[in-house]
Design a protein. Sequence first.
Length: 274
Amino acid sequence: MQKLWSHYGSGSKIRRIVIPLSKIYFASDFHLGVDARLSSSDRELLICQWLDEISIDAKQIWLIGDLFDFWFEYKSAIPKGFSKLFSRLVLLKEKGIDIRVFTGNHDLWMKDYFTKELGIPVYFDRIEIEINGKNFFIAHGDGLGPGDSGYKRMKKVFIHPFSKFLYRWLHPDLGIPLANFFSGRSRKAQIMEKKFLGRDEEWLIQYVERKSLTLNTDFYIFGHRHLPIDYTLKNRKSRYINLGDWLLHQSYAVLDGEDLKLCFYKNENGKIYS
Ligand SMILES: [Mn+2]
């Protein structure tokens, strides 16, 4: 019979166990539902792979808006096509990972599906929060800063309960294709690299510079811009982080202790603007 305990004998190597620190991850702008460099379904698989990998050491995962290219919740129906992502999120929740979701300008019509069915809190507006002793200001980023007045007016109409009420009376088989038609989503998403406009032209940089005059924020975390940006503000302390997107960049941010950095998943050509 094999001697089971022999490897504990003198001179044998002690197995080294590494317990990873719990990290906090941020990502945004998956835009599932529209084909880009990858088809929506392939991108969903890639996101699930990424979630699997980070679930090893993730304590918390923040998804900061535009998870879906279009989302609308009827009282008893949701758009189909995202079941792989949902099942992964449920699995991670069961592993004890705290997941939080923001709405973006493409999926602002969320109701209670995430909270009730998936147990995931949804934020509809910017928040200030302290994580690991650091102050965070988190928002999707649409309609903030100067300019964009047309969009700001349109958003007011979109989020008005009466608009939702009216839209809800369209049958989903009509309502969802109609939304796709009007946004030109039947075409492939534009995947041209956006241009970083620099501190004088980037609306969100102007917005956070103004905010930082009164707030003591360490990290301003936004999506919406579809460009990975890590920009240190004039006060030389606060950083504006834009999470980029998954249409082109497959980018995300990770907070490890007090250190926050932008990373890319399976994209060796990822570039960070600063
Ligand atoms: Mn977006």
